[in-house]
Write a new protein. Structure first.
Length: 218
């Protein structure tokens, strides 16, 4: 199931850029440009909130406090143009889980959001043929036996198995980037795929030329 983010940011250019960034990462995004729109957009589908502190019709910190008082538990990451200690304390004391200060690096923001998402999602098993993803143990299991995969290989296989369509190469390359690689190119990804085919079976990983890769059930 696609994870959903509520993005609350009044700067239209920044909001559109962040929405596209999250969308490329595979997230579904609800956008809001004001406190009023944010209140209407928060619903049970939302698994995390990226919330600007300064809004044209209110204060993100106050909104967060009110949501928490109403029983809303979705993790909230604040975007703020201020880096003064008092503002950070106010944001976190209101019930926020994390914050980033503008200007920020996009990949850093993505990393923070991923952490929030992991904390808001219950471990689950994704079944494909005789394989399933055990997220609680971060393992790929085949016929009851955990496969000897590295953490990077696990992330790649999980992404392939949970998507019914083709996974673009750029999304898979971001998995390698997250793993701390200093230099990433298509050849690096091809090497990982070659090793995975040896461990899992070449018939399960299809190359879609010019696009990416796709999981294939037998």
């Amino acid at each position: 199931m696609q994870s959903t983010i509520l993005l609350v940011e009044d700067d239209a250019v920044l909001r559109r850029g962040l929405a596209e960034l999250f969308g490329r990462e595979g997230y579904r995004v609800f956008e809001a440009a004001s406190e009023h729109e944010a209140r209407k957009s928060l619903n049970p589908q939302v698994q995390a909130v990226v919330l600007d502190v300064g809004l044209p019709d209110g204060d993100g910190v106050t909104l967060c406090r009110q949501w928490r008082s109403a029983g809303e538990t979705q993790p909230i990451l604040f975007l703020t143009a201020k880096d003064e200690e008092l503002d950070v304390v106010r944001a976190l004391d209101s019930g926020g889980n994390d914050y980033v200060t503008k200007p920020f690096r996009m990949q850093e923001l993505l990393s923070r959001v991923r952490v929030l998402m992991r904390g808001s999602t219950r471990p689950q098993s994704i079944q494909r043929d005789s394989f399933f993803v055990d997220e609680s143990k971060m393992q790929i299991v085949e016929d009851g036996e955990a496969l000897p995969l590295t953490l990077t290989e696990y992330k790649i296989v999980k992404m392939l198995m949970e998507r019914r369509g083709v996974v673009p190469r750029n999304l898979l390359l971001e998995v390698l980037w997250d793993d701390g690689s200093k230099f990433i190119d298509d050849n690096t990804l091809s090497v990982h795929m070659s090793r995975l085919r040896e461990k899992i079976g070449a018939e399960h990983i299809k190359t879609i030329r010019g696009v990416g890769y796709q999981w294939s059930d037998t």
